[in-house]
Design a protein around this ligand. Structure first.
Ligand code: IVH
Length: 707
């Protein structure tokens, strides 16, 4: 590190600065910090020490705290998170990093086990053993070792692509740089959780407070913030730990059971959670859950449930996964944490699809380690069911990452003068449209109220744009709520394609002259936009914000169609009522009538079609991960019918999809194979009519090989 330069700052304490002095120094500091960021990130050649850099940031933040007017749109403090994501290179996971489905009750756990048994078609006397282990509340990490040496450490990111944090991870004592023992495969990816102990977290926050640094809300955030540091020396000073519990790519499999793999992870040099147990029945799983829940408060680290994983790895393989969660594992969450607080107000928020959501604005209260100020009230019916009023004391609960909810009103504490809450009849948006209740299947009135403004409603359009640039969608740094609102108001950005036109139009707009912007920040913004001109198909589909098309659905559609052209074509056929396209889409995992109808409705609207067309001109949409093309059924359409004896229907479908085939529900001339078990009826007749090849189960296995 370089020798410290003479301090740049004026000698005055922040409290003694006049407004003019503060403004001048704030501007100078901002320019300096940006130059240092550029030297560090772009040129990889910092010109000051980290301590000096931190001192500049602290002074800058202190000035803003004293003179809040200086906090503009582009202020350096407006960036959330510790370090900018662009500081880290991207890493593609060779084996996707999966997430876990949740179970909240004993019934859910029973159903999880039963589903596995059904899928595998197990006989009553066949035992299903599971490992059970605490679910650590930290960040998942994938560590890649080649010939025993640590080469890359990557965060989970969106499961397909994470951030390269190798330099930071190397500073963790729990992460070996070299694996030990004889059973180390040449390629060996170990996965697990980076976390911080509760005591270490409290001590760190105390130190941060004393030095004027960032205060973290809970150990998880603290671990995340400590890991996303541009300077590994800062990470090294933070007490981060690591538990190994899983793996990614392995050139050889050291064991055939989950339990043996945990032991192996310990043998090659990792900490594994000592509280894991092999359970032979659902009762044992539930007893384990109860025991760990009882111990939770006394553990050194935060946990938010326990994880059950099927022990036999060959069965895990057969079960595969649905979208991003394995069928063979589940997170059994602990009961939600609750707290009592006061409702200060009830606000109506307009979502991107026009749905009106009432939100309780609360007296801030700590629940499960975070401060909660808002809780959803869902809809009008829920407000009526709860009978909640402004001024009420309420019980709120928060489970995992879900939005806090109001669960009950404490009537004894209701103030004498309170009034029942009336759901507004007019939308709070500038159009003041009449609020209508959604109509659901069968013509019944649904629970959700909507603004009828659609494209004319600025609230919806702004929400729509915000969804478009959000982290899981286009992820454009430097475009947040405030910027989108400003750009929309000025009519620079009315729809997604406009974002990509900003730079071209800037000779007219002159963004650098707008309060809060400068040449560097404008350049940074355009660079961030440019960086997103290439986008993965699933992100693109998700970013469109079609109702009911969430991330998981978008992934399923992207995988199913492979390319934007194929997907778009299918959507256009849908609006024409093409039944074949509908059943082809319906055959995709996760996709059903609700999604199909939503896509038809979206693309049926010419405004949306044009908006999409204009956007497509601006970006390059990358094809989705190619389905397998090297199997004998790749690209073929298969229909399963009758009673299958060697595999369950779900298993057959999953296997065919894994091999790159499409599984359809009905037979048409486009069907390539019908796999028929005993009792097959009309589909078999239909196959004969169209001259489609019919196989029995043995014929199927002969064709594709036994897994
Ligand atoms: S297994 C397919 N085991 O929970 C295997 N995950 O909600 C996927 N987590 O992304 C992970 N403790 O970050 C597994 N003992 C444990 C875990 C665990 C914490 C996290 C992990 C994962 C998330 C899913």
């Amino acid at each position: 590190m370089k020798a410290p330069r003479a301090p740049l700052e004026s000698k005055l304490a922040v409290g003694e600065l006049t407004e003019r002095q503060a403004r001048r120094e704030h501007a100078r500091l901002e320019a300096d910090i940006r130059t240092h960021d550029e030297a560090y990130y772009q040129k990889d050649a910092p010109t000051i020490s980290d301590a000096e850099y931190d001192a500049l940031r602290r002074r800058y933040e202190a000035i803003e705290a004293k003179f809040p007017d200086l906090k503009t749109l582009t202020s350096l403090t407006q960036k959330v998170g510790a370090a900018p994501a662009r500081g880290f290179a991207k890493v593609r996971h060779r084996v996707p990093m999966l997430s876990l489905d949740n179970a909240f009750s004993e019934d859910d756990v029973n159903e999880f086990v039963a589903r596995i048994r059904r899928f595998l078609n197990l006989k009553e006397d066949q035992e299903t053993a599971f490992t059970a282990e605490p679910k650590i509340d930290g960040l998942s990490m994938s560590l890649r070792y080649e010939n025993g040496e640590l080469v890359t450490a990557a965060t989970r990111g969106d499961g397909a692509e994470g951030e390269d944090v190798t330099a930071n991870i190397r500073t963790l004592k729990d992460v070996p740089h070299k694996l030990k023992g004889r059973r180390v495969p040449a390629v060996c990816e170990v996965r697990g959780e980076v976390y911080m102990n509760k005591d270490d977290f409290l001590a760190l926050n105390k130190r941060q407070q004393e030095s004027g640094g960032q205060i973290f809300a809970n150990p998880r955030n603290s671990a995340a913030g400590s890991l996303r540091q541009k300077d590994p020396a800062i990470t090294a000073s933070r007490p981060l730990r690591f538990f190994a519990y899983s793996w990614g790519e392995l050139s050889e499999h050291p064991a055939d059971r989950q339990s043996k793999m945990i032991e192996w992870l310990g043998d090659i040099g990792f900490h594994v959670n000592p509280r894991w147990k092999l359970c032979k029945s659902t009762d044992e799983l539930l007893a384990f859950h109860r025991r760990i829940e009882g111990e939770r408060a006394r553990l050194d680290y935060d946990i938010d449930g326990v994880v059950y994983k099927l022990d036999r790895l060959d069965w895990q393989e057969r079960l595969g996964f649905v979208s991003r969660t394995p069928r063979w594992a589940v997170a059994h969450k602990f009961a939600a944490e609750k707290a009592t607080t006061l409702v200060r107000d009830i606000e109506i928020q307009v979502g991107r699809t026009g749905a009106l959501t009432p939100v309780a604005k609360l007296e801030p209260v700590g629940v499960g380690g975070v401060i909660v100020q808002n809780a959803t009230l869902h809809n009008q019916d829920e407000i009526e069911r709860l009978g909640v009023r402004v001024g009420d004391t309420v019980v709120i609960q928060r489970a995992g990452d879900v939005i806090p909810q109001v669960v009950e009103v404490v009537l004894d504490k209701r103030p004498k003068k309170s009034e029942p809450y009336h759901f507004p009849k007019k939308c709070p948006c500038p159009l003041k449209t009449d609020v209508v209740r959604e109509v659901i299947a069968g013509g019944e009135e649904g629970a959700r109220a909507r603004c009828t403004g659609e494209f004319a409603c600025p609230f919806q359009r702004i929400q729509h744009l915000m969804h478009f640039v959000s982290r899981r969608a286009f992820d454009i740094e430097g475009l947040g709520e405030k910027q989108i609102e400003l750009f929309y108001e000025k009519e620079w950005v009315k729809e997604p394609a406009d974002i990509f036109m900003l730079e071209k139009r800037n000779s007219r707009i002159k963004l650098e002259e707008v309060e809060g912007y400068g040449e560097t920040s404008v350049r940074n913004l355009f660079a961030a936009i440019d960086a997103r001109r290439e986008i993965a198909l699933e992100r693109f589909i998700y970013a469109l914000g079609v109702r009911h098309v969430g991330e998981t659905t978008a992934v399923a559609l992207a995988r199913g169609y492979g390319s934007w052209e194929a997907f778009h074509d299918a959507c256009l056929k849908l609006i024409k009522g093409d039944e074949e396209t509908r059943s082809e889409m319906d055959a995709l995992d996760q996709i059903g009538d609700t999604v199909i109808d939503a896509l038809a409705e979206y693309f049926g609207e010419s405004h949306n079609r044009k908006l999409v067309e204009r956007l497509v001109e601006q970006v390059k949409i990358l094809d989705a991960e190619k389905p397998r093309t090297d199997s004998p059924v790749a690209g073929k359409t298969v229909v399963f019918t009758g009673t299958l004896e060697q595999m369950t229907r779900d298993e057959a479908k999953a296997m065919a999809e894994r091999l790159g085939a499409k599984v359809a529900g009905s037979v048409s001339k486009k069907t390539d194979y019908v796999v028929a078990g005993p009792g097959a009826g009309s589909k078999l007749a239909e196959a004969r009519k169209h001259g489609v090849a019919v196989l029995d189960e043995d014929g199927w296995f002969k064709l594709v090989g036994r897994p």
